[in-house]
Design a protein around this ligand. Structure first.
Ligand code: CO8
Length: 258
């Protein structure tokens, strides 16, 4: 076993759970935590028993941003030379679905971390924002890019320039959040979604994630071509033969994970 200081890990069937666990700092993201989350996600990504991963915080905070105490005295040279927070960029290489289960504050780096996940399930009381401007800085792990893609330029500018927070419902209607549920059901709903996904054919799930992500990166014709090749490739999997046979034979499919 790996010794984690800032996170807790659990497996619930085929759903894996990473819980941020720095309650006194409202799960502020520091260097150690970011490395632990990446290592845990990579471990679950390589674990054939795991089909999807949930990332959660506490009731009070998913994460209140990057750790301001840790950042205060850093210089440009420190951030640049150490490639501070580079671990977060590598979360994008995780091939299995990553679901953010958000209660309470998702601010700054916390909001950015939630946006790095594939989709967000939020509690009614959750609050989202990019308040970096109040600290004399700006979003640094993707907020200006991912938030703009998700909610559009106008609301992204509003949030990033004023630092104001929005409710879960506003975040849902703007396209940042996939589902809003009662606060005490966030984790259960996220784990249920993870279990549902984990029940499908693993290569189809990874191909679907890859195809959707391609939409962010490429022009339409290239994206459509990529999707078509993946679709064709899915016919080389056991899952396609099994999924279609099971449907026609009116039984539950038994996916091999291949
Ligand atoms: N960093 C460090 N400590 C924090 C943070 C944080 N981001 N947020 C809260 N804490 C600590 C508080 O200092 C406090 O500690 P203590 O008990 O020792 O005084 C404890 O958590 C509890 O916080 P509060 O007493 O403030 O709790 P409240 O309920 O009154 O307020 C808030 C909750 C509104 C969430 C408030 O804590 C807050 O505004 N936090 C800061 C939010 C923020 O500004 N986040 C953005 C941080 S900057 C960032 O994320 C940049 C990311 C890009 C990095 C790029 C690197 C390459």
């Amino acid at each position: 076993g790996v010794d984690n200081q800032s996170i807790r890990l659990e497996k619930r069937g085929a759903a894996a759970l990473i819980t941020l666990d720095r309650p006194k700092q409202l799960n502020a993201l520091n260097d150690a935590l970011s490395r632990e989350v990446l290592r845990a996600a990579q471990g679950f990504d390589a674990d054939p028993e795991v089909g999807a991963i949930v990332l959660a915080g506490s009731q009070k905070a998913f994460a209140a941003g990057a750790d301001i105490k840790e950042m205060l005295s850093k210089s440009f040279a420190d951030l640049f030379t150490d490639n501070y927070f580079a671990a977060w960029d590598q979360l994008a290489t995780i091939r299995k679905p990553l679901i953010a289960a958000v209660n309470g504050f998702a601010l700054g780096g916390g909001c950015e971390l939630a946006m790095m996940c594939d989709f967000i399930i939020a509690g009614q009381g959750a609050q989202f924002g990019q308040p970096e401007i109040k600290l004399g800085i700006l979003p640094g792990i993707g907020g200006s890019q991912r938030l703009t893609k998700l909610v559009g330029r106008s609301l992204a500018m509003d949030l990033i320039l004023t630092g104001r927070l929005i409710s879960a419902e506003e975040a849902r209607s703007a396209g940042l959040v996939a589902r809003v549920v009662p606060d005490d059901q966030v984790l259960a709903v996220a784990l249920e979604a993870a279990a549902t996904i984990a029940g499908y054919s693993a290569p189809a799930v990874m191909m679907a994630k890859e195809a959707v992500n391609r939409a962010e990166e490429t022009a339409l014709t290239e994206g459509l071509l990529h999707e078509r090749r993946l679709f064709q490739a899915s016919f080389a999997t056991q899952g396609q033969k099994e999924g279609m046979s099971a449907f026609l034979e009116k039984r539950k499919p038994a996916f091999s994970g291949r």
